[in-house]
Design a protein around this ligand. Sequence first.
Ligand code: FES
Length: 109
Amino acid sequence: MRIDLLAAAEVAPGEMKMAWVNGTEPVLVVNVGGDYRAFQGICSHEYFELDRGFLTGGSLTCALHLSRFDLDSGEALDPPADQPIARYVVVVEDGRVQLEADGPLEVNE
Ligand code: FES
């Protein structure tokens, strides 16, 4: 199943934006040098929206307690987070960033 997230043009390289699937499930879209990636939108440590954090060379920092997450694997690189953030499969088609999902979105917490 494909889930439409947002227009590719809405997220410039080096930026990120939250998409709300069904209006309730936050999915973070990150543009890493033209490569679109999607992750769970909420930190794996506590309930905090990751689009309020910041991107630095290959990682995403949660603004609440400053854990960093790897933008390839989703792994937590520093405490206090010890769970990875889930990464989803993304397809860009007709200028839209879309998520490929077989069922409910995995979310680590
Ligand atoms: S809520 Fe993200 S590191 Fe604590």
